[in-house]
Design a protein around this ligand. Structure first.
Ligand SMILES: NC(=O)c1ccc[n+]([C@@H]2O[C@H](COP(=O)([O-])OP(=O)(O)OC[C@H]3O[C@@H](n4cnc5c(N)ncnc54)[C@H](OP(=O)(O)O)[C@@H]3O)[C@@H](O)[C@H]2O)c1
Length: 318
């Protein structure tokens, strides 16, 4: 495993991070414990979750899974924004967003669920148009001053939003956001043109999510939908279905041929392709099986030379 600095900050993350969205809520603690252990033993030191995953339950599973390991040997990230209890017993106005109230209350709740004294990176899961940006930045700053979080970051914010947040923090002497977590993979590159340069300019690290497009970039959907896959199970198919377009699958079939010619799994190639970008700190993968983690961490040893990068660009239609 290789480690990269988070932007201009001192924190170092493994080039492959491990996330806990979708894979554990139904299967439970045994699988969560096993996969987090395999990730840790393969050199992954960056673990990502969110308060909303399983409506709080996933944080409990992650906390329990990481309990055997020395706290200083891994970086734990979670998030705040989405409502946790949207139907209780009526939609509650403050159970969402980035107000000081919701951020502080959810931080306390996440610390308890994760059973930890501090969160390494506390992330705004989305931008909140209904809260002043200064209120959000100050709440994050205060949590950092109190030692409840060490760093804070954002997810899916635009270049403009990130730039404004950093300027506000600098004006007030508040802790700046240190990371951005955008969707980024071979098939979904809409943040590349503006957000990547903005993060680099502002010294923020990029930790991209769904680097395998939820598994599409493993080639497993090239000839239909396997029953034992995220798209094959009704409860997890919601987001991935939109990715299974003929256009995407045609490109993935060509990428799979290229990977076969290079004698590497397509997943490894797809992750190494993300890691070619120096602005990127860590690709946050998901996994439903041990073997997927073992295969995916090998991406950190795969260097893509110019010829391979050009062949990939040709397939992606750049
Ligand atoms: N900030 C946000 O809004 C946001 C949104 C989404 C995700 N995230 C974070 O990013 C993490 C990763 O997202 P993701 O799960 O979509 O990532 P991903 O790595 O793109 O997809 C993971 C899925 O692909 C399949 N897979 C992975 N490696 C494989 C391999 N080698 N061979 C075959 N199949 C393989 C597995 O699905 P099956 O085996 O089940 O088919 C696995 O669960 C999440 O856990 C979460 O922490 C954040």
């Amino acid at each position: 495993m290789k480690y990269r600095r988070l932007g201009e900050w001192g924190l170092k993350l493994s080039e492959i991070g491990f996330g806990s969205w979708l894979n554990f809520n139904r299967q439970g603690q045994d699988l969560a414990t096993k996969l987090h252990r395999v990730a840790y033993e393969n050199g992954i030191n960056f673990f990502d979750t969110a308060n909303v995953y399983g409506r709080g339950r996933t944080e409990v599973l992650v906390g329990e899974a990481m309990a055997p390991f020395r706290r200083d040997t891994y970086v734990l990230a979670t998030k705040v924004y989405w409502p946790l209890d949207p139907d209780w017993p009526f939609p509650e106005a403050n159970d969402r967003g980035l107000s000081r109230k919701h951020i502080v209350e959810q931080c306390e709740a996440s610390l308890k669920r994760l059973n930890t004294g501090y969160i390494d990176i506390y992330q705004c899961h989305r931008f909140d148009d209904n809260a002043p940006l200064a209120e959000t930045c100050r709440a994050m700053n205060d949590l950092a001053d109190q030692g409840k979080i060490l760093y804070w970051g954002v997810s899916e914010w635009t270049a403009e939003q990130i730039t404004e947040a950093v300027a506000l923090c600098d004006d007030h002497g508040w802790h700046r956001p240190v990371s951005n977590q955008p969707l980024y993979n071979m098939l979904e590159r809409h943040w590349e043109a503006e957000v990547f340069p903005a993060c680099a300019r502002l010294g923020m690290g990029i930790v991209n999510f769904s680097p395998l497009a939820e598994g599409v970039l493993t080639g497993k959907y090239n000839n239909g939908i396997p029953a034992e896959s995220r798209a094959g199970k009704p409860k997890t198919a919601e987001f991935i279905k939109a990715r299974l377009t003929e256009d995407n699958l045609n490109r993935v079939r060509k990428l799979a041929e290229l990977a076969t010619g290079l004698d590497v799994p397509l997943a490894t190639l797809a992750l190494a392709w993300c890691l070619r970008r120096p602005e990127l700190t860590s690709c946050i993968i998901g996994a439903s099986r041990e073997q997927q983690i073992v295969e995916n961490v090998k991406a950190t040893d795969l260097h893509l030379d110019e010829d391979v990068q050009e062949r990939i660009s040709a397939i992606l239609g750049e």
